[in-house]
Design a protein around this ligand. Structure first.
Ligand code: SAH
Length: 345
């Protein structure tokens, strides 16, 4: 049995087997075989429906200094902003009208947004829109904080692990950030019953087939309900300004592998994929992705949430263009599903 067949049959491989598989990712037959299977599994569990999430980037103020990220603390060239509660609720109102039933609140680790404020925000949104899911993506917090958000109705939480290899993690982050903390946060989120999202950038500096194999083995063990992966894209004001961007094709290959490994996973075709390739998100769908996350942030702030260079922010990726997004999704034989879009438990 080939490794591809084994992955398809057993949904799991060892680290060494993943390395072997990844080393052959350029083989057109292998790529196509995994893509077909990933597409088949997506259809089996989710049909032709693609879930949409309204992404609200509500603060670009961050106490962390991740070496790859454009909104890192030490980047003095970003114009910082923070949306008020009223502005966030306006984004939700607008999104609700457009048909969105999941709101993703993403931001830097901004101390202004205390637990009390997050709790107030989540409970206000859940009361106003009881038929909507709320996803948080606001970084590392204590078990008690995650519990407090969960108790007022937060449904999902996105916290990419970034890399499951400790040595690699330390090359992407300053000393005060630890892989062990990140992983503990993910376990806490699972324990609290969140639909939990992990993930990593493809082609981040110093990434190797071995570190990606670590990521895949980690995902296999954690069994997150969501996995976010997208190509690394350099930002001009970071330590990695001159590093090459990650490969779109390799990202697509990994989307297929992840769909096969975790058949029911909620798998977005990410903004980074759409930034690198005009048809990146449609290609993502054809490789097993089943979620897209259009931007609902106010137009005046969108450019300021610049995680990487040239992040798409005024075109068809945005929620305003939901009609053109519908057309794009139709070109790959799918349709947008307006609904909470929960994990197919
Ligand atoms: N502060 C939150 C949200 C982070 S931004 C948190 O800690 O989870 C969301 C994701 O964007 C990050 O997890 C990272 O994987 C991705 N990202 C950041 N900089 C990037 C870059 N230069 N290229 C591609 N993706 C990037």
């Amino acid at each position: 049995m080939t490794l591809a067949d084994k992955l398809i049959k057993e949904h799991t491989l060892t680290k060494e087997e993943y390395i072997e598989l990844l080393n052959h990712w350029g083989d057109p037959e292998l790529k196509e075989k995994l893509r077909m299977e990933a597409n088949r599994l997506r259809r089996q569990y989710y049909g032709d429906g693609i879930f949409v999430r309204g992404l609200i980037e509500f603060t670009n103020i961050c106490k962390n200094n991740c070496y790859y990220c454009g909104i890192r603390r030490e980047n003095a060239n970003v114009k910082r902003y923070r949306l008020t509660k009223e502005e966030i609720l306006e984004c939700c109102d607008y999104g609700y009208e457009l048909g969105f039933r999941t709101f993703v609140l993403q931001g830097g680790e901004d101390g202004y947004y205390t637990d009390e404020k997050v709790v107030d925000l989540v409970s206000t949104i859940k009361k106003k829109y009881p038929d909507c899911a709320v996803t948080l993506s606001i970084g590392e917090k204590t078990y008690e904080s995650y519990k407090a958000y969960r108790e007022v109705g937060a449904d999902r939480y996105l916290l990419r692990h970034e890399t499951a290899c400790e040595a690699h993690y330390n090359m992407l982050h300053p000393d005060n950030m630890k892989l062990s903390t990140r992983l503990q946060c993910l376990r806490n989120l699972k324990t609290l019953g969140y639909q939990t999202g992990a993930g990593f950038m493809v082609g981040s500096p110093n990434q190797t087939m071995s570190t990606i194999a670590d990521d895949l083995v980690f995902l296999q063990e954690l069994k997150p309900e969501m996995v976010g992966i997208g190509p690394f894209i350099p930002h001009h004001d970071t330590c990695f300004a001159n590093e090459p961007a990650g490969s779109v094709d390799f990202t697509l290959f990994l989307l297929s592998v992840i769909r096969i490994m975790l058949p029911k996973v909620l798998l977005p075709a990410t903004t980074a994929l759409g930034t690198m390739d005009e048809h990146g998100r449609e290609k993502g769908i054809l490789h097993g992705a089943n979620v897209i996350m259009p931007n609902l942030s106010p137009l005046k702030n969108r450019k300021q949430y610049e995680l990487y260079d040239n992040k798409i922010c005024t075109g068809e990726e945005a929620a305003d263009s939901i009609k053109s997004l519908e057309k794009r999704v139709a070109t790959v034989g799918c349709h947008i599903v307006y609904g909470r879009g929960d994990y197919a438990g």
